[in-house]
Design a protein around this ligand. Structure first.
Ligand code: PMP
Length: 355
């Protein structure tokens, strides 16, 4: 039975990418060697790394002066690494607290300096994006999370500051066209719109590095990774390769502009059903609704068993909400086809008929 994978991450990847990746594990580029048994210093793998890095630049339209790294440790290590590289000794940073991931990010930064949480939506279980906060001027950087995977909220407009702007874009990178010149540092775990877990994409404006006045441990130092062309140590060869394939898939599809249009259509279809169907209510504030993670609850929790049976029977997988929010979360990342969303909408309508 066909499965419709709404998992929040790791999550759906394009079928053709999975097939190509599987082939390369057995026989990479006709070498009769596996991708995962050749040297990362071989010309074949260096080509993969360089291709992946340049696809990121091309797809995101990164200007000169920005570099791309594929690191390890997940977005969670970036919580610390971003602070290590940018927080000055005796420095201070501002954080927007829009969910569990922001909270974890600022916890790490607190190890290194003062953290000013300038706005938070914690009191309403992070169901909206704070607005109208004021941003201090005496900060080393401002950090925010562009898409809040657990709660289904997404920044539509980004904070404006003369200080450095740092963004955790783990769950919506490559989903919409953005002007990257507004950011100084962006990071994203691969396992949503890019590839398998195991590598983290980092985009950094070169000129911001080397100014913290800190001794940075080598593996946490962006400059060291840059100097080594993202091969300071053995890179995660398989996740980088699959990321490269996914980025190529996105390019062939028409790039970020094309996927953005599809993502808008997909989200509109699902949110329209949530708003129309009296058995459901959306979790996130309407103006802040995410195009990637659609969160919704039942109007009557007691009906849950009936709905769960219906969507399970339809081959739907991974829509149970995060334990802190309850209800449902349909993650509809780039690789999710609109047909699968229609299957979910049909299940919601069948539920309405049956109840
Ligand atoms: N930030 C966001 C927005 C996330 O969604 C996640 C994970 N889902 C993380 C950070 C943590 O990523 P990782 O597991 O790669 O450390």
């Amino acid at each position: 039975m066909k499965k419709h994978n709404f998992s929040a991450g790791p999550c759906i990847l394009p079928q053709e990418v999975l097939k190509q990746a599987a082939d390369a594990v057995v026989n990479f580029n006709g070498l009769n060697l596996s991708l995962i048994e050749i040297s990362h210093r071989s010309k074949e793998f260096i080509e993969v790394m360089e291709n992946a890095r340049s696809l990121v630049k091309e797809l995101l339209n990164l200007p000169e002066g920005y570099s791309v790294l594929f690191l390890q440790g997940g977005a969670s290590l970036e919580f610390l690494m971003s602070a290590y590289n940018l927080m000055k000794v005796d420095g201070k940073a501002a954080y927007l607290d829009t969910g569990a991931w922001s909270t974890k990010a600022l916890k790490e930064a607190k190890l290194l300096g003062d953290v000013d949480v300038i706005a938070s939506s914690k009191e309403t279980t992070y169901n909206y994006i704070p607005k109208n906060y004021s941003i201090p001027t005496d900060i080393d950087y401002l950090h925010f999370t562009s898409n809040n995977t657990i709660y289904g909220t997404q920044f539509k407009e980004f904070p404006k500051t003369d200080s450095l702007l740092v963004c955790d874009m783990s769950s919506d990178i490559f989903s919409r066209e953005l002007d990257f010149t507004q950011f100084d540092l962006v990071y994203a775990g691969a396992q949503k719109n890019m590839g398998p877990a195991g590598t983290t994409l980092v985009i950094v404006k070169d000129e911001i590095l080397g100014k913290s006045g800190r001794d940075i441990p080598s593996m946490l130092d962006y400059q060291k990774h840059l100097n080594a062309d993202s091969m300071f140590n053995t890179p995660p060869v398989f996740p980088v390769y699959v990321s490269m394939l996914t980025l190529q898939w996105l390019k062939d599809l028409g790039g970020v502009k094309a996927i953005e249009k599809l993502n808008e259509e997909k989200a509109a279809l699902l949110y329209a059903e949530i708003d129309r169907n009296p058995l459901f209510k959306g979790f996130a504030a309407k103006e802040d609704r995410s195009l990637m993670n659609v969160t919704f609850n039942l109007t009557d929790e007691a009906t849950g068993e009936v709905f769960d049976k219906i969507w399970n029977a339809a081959g739907i997988s991974g829509i149970k909400g995060h334990r802190s929010v309850g209800g449902y979360r349909a993650s509809i990342y780039n690789a999710m086809p609109i047909e699968s969303i229609q299957v979910l909408v049909d299940a919601m309508q069948q539920f309405e008929k049956e109840i």
